[in-house]
Design a protein around this ligand. Structure first.
Ligand SMILES: Cc1cc2nc3c(=O)[nH]c(=O)nc-3n(C[C@H](O)[C@H](O)[C@H](O)COP(=O)(O)OP(=O)(O)OC[C@H]3O[C@@H](n4cnc5c(N)ncnc54)[C@H](O)[C@@H]3O)c2cc1C
Length: 446
């Protein structure tokens, strides 16, 4: 430990936050998890990240790497270990205006990215929340409001700068360290710390964005009609459905269809969105043109003691009617969890399943449930939640790492089909044989 501390004192030029310091109270936990780490390191440079990694490796203490701190499983903190918080590595730079190449620090948030790219008329399909980190979201997938047109966030990554467990800095792209490049696109933070991503952004104009709400009693027909429509709608239309929003009445809450049409022209936008309006009795409809950056919402930090339990899975076309019928019934029954269904398909499905470590390419929908509340509430909701997932089980497959609050072996097996997992384990053996980067949906080196 003393030699590890020497490395820290000698080579680390960033902020070191220890228990008892003024910043510790706000820096110890993440957005969704409490924690009491022994050290929080905020590197200011790649050299600092290397020193932080060498310190962590030498200390033998658990290491958390924190991007935006939004992992439902609370990966970005721990008790008694080290946190490398990348929040100061948040630059967003357009490095090639013609090719729309953008270099983004590994600790940036999607709000920072959207704001920085807007003056260039560019955007990257990311997620729905400003404070979510570029790191965690991209390394898991990235299902955002342009996903059907432009694919997952990770489909737009062209290179990454990675500090490996050995403290080496490597560039991973299609030519250099191609297996590492394959692995970080879906394999999470298992293989090193990404200090910068290079993305190919896409030109953007205003988009048409908003929510169309229907009575809960119409859930079954609305959900079914919505999924049918997405199958033939232009890929400019990305959409999600929300049922049983606990902040809007739980099982009695309106079914909300969120629509994002990637374009400013009102005519094609209306042509794509109007069929959804005709699915039932519209209670409210706030769809309007706006800059892409305005579609992102601010994340909410739950009060201490409030837990979020999140589960997810994918469903392919043949099972969509069965899944939506179960969700419509469950979502309007007592004790319903918050249900999110996101349309994927489109550009996501055109990427071969083995091209990246995100394998769920043929899914039409990603389904997630969220239970929010103090521990006793979450526990009481458990049996009803298990019953819903037991009914869904024959019709769904896999899991989306981004929407998963547990990290047991069966979760990792759900995220990564066997062949993907084996290939990831081989990459892990090469870049992190000692499993230094373990606070994630962990791929063990052997
Ligand atoms: C409010 C909210 C909204 C969300 N909306 C969406 C959405 O619209 N679409 C979607 O796809 N997902 C969404 N998610 C899920 C989100 O993608 C995951 O929670 C993701 O892990 C968050 O990344 P982060 O960097 O903020 O989290 P962190 O907790 O900081 O990191 C998550 C994991 O990634 C690792 N990591 C982070 N950055 C790096 C890096 N630079 N290098 C190496 N490892 C790193 C961490 O070690 C950790 O294992 C949402 C989550 C929340 C809480």
């Amino acid at each position: 430990m003393s030699s590890a501390l020497e490395i820290l004192r000698r080579d680390f030029g960033g902020d070191v936050i220890e228990p008892g310091s003024a910043e510790y109270a706000s820096a110890g936990g993440t957005v969704l998890a409490q924690g009491s780490p022994a050290w929080i390191l905020r590197p200011k440079s790649v050299e600092d990240v290397r020193a932080g990694v060498r310190f962590a490796a030498g200390s033998g203490l658990p290491l958390s790497v924190r991007g935006g701190g939004h992992a439902f499983a609370g990966f970005g903190t721990n008790d008694g270990g080290i946190v490398i918080d990348l929040g100061l590595l948040a630059s967003v730079e357009v490095v090639d205006e013609e090719r729309h190449l953008v270099r983004i620090g590994g600790g940036a948030t999607w709000g920072q990215v959207a704001t920085a790219l807007a003056p260039h008329g560019l955007a990257i399909s990311s997620g729905d929340t400003r404070s979510v980190g570029v790191g965690g979201l991209t390394l898991a997938g990235g299902i955002g409001w342009k996903v059907r047109k432009h694919g997952l966030a990770l489909d737009n990554v062209v290179a990454a700068e990675v500090v490996t467990a050995g403290g080496e800095v490597v560039r991973a792209d299609a030519r250099e360290h191609p297996e590492l490049f394959w692995a970080i696109r879906g394999g999470g933070g298992n293989f090193g710390i990404v200090t910068a991503f290079e993305f190919a952004a896409h030109p953007t104009t205003d988009v048409h964005f908003g929510r169309i709400a229907f009575p809960a009693s119409e859930a079954a027909t609305v959900l079914r009609g919505w999924a049918d429509h997405l199958r033939t709608a232009p890929e400019e239309l990305t959409s999600a459905a929300e049922v049983a929003n606990p902040f809007a009445g739980g099982p009695a809450a309106p079914v909300e269809i969120v629509v994002a049409f990637d374009g400013a022209d009102p005519e094609p936008a209306a042509a794509a969105i109007d069929p959804i309006r005709r699915l039932g009795t519209v209670i409210s409809d706030d769809v309007a043109p706006m800059p892409y950056a305005a579609t992102l919402v601010d994340g909410v930090t739950p009060p201490p003691g409030v837990r979020l339990v999140t589960r997810s899975a994918f469903t392919e076309r043949k099972s969509v009617p069965a899944v939506l019928a179960i969700l419509a019934e469950a979502g309007t029954s007592d004790g319903a969890p918050f249900i999110w269904v996101r349309g994927v398909g489109g550009a996501v499905s055109r990427v071969p399943a083995d091209a990246t470590a995100y394998a769920h390419r043929q899914a039409e929908l990603m389904v997630a449930t969220v239970v929010v509340g103090p521990q006793p509430v979450v526990e009481a909701a458990g049996p009803a939640l298990d019953a819903i997932w037991a009914r869904l089980a024959p019709h769904v497959d896999g899991a989306y790492a981004g929407f998963l609050s547990s990290a047991a072996d069966e979760d990792v097996a759900a995220i990564y089909p066997a062949r993907t997992r084996e290939r990831l384990a081989a990459v892990k053996r090469r870049y992190d044989p000692g499993n230094l980067f373990a606070r994630n949906h962990n791929i063990r080196p052997r």
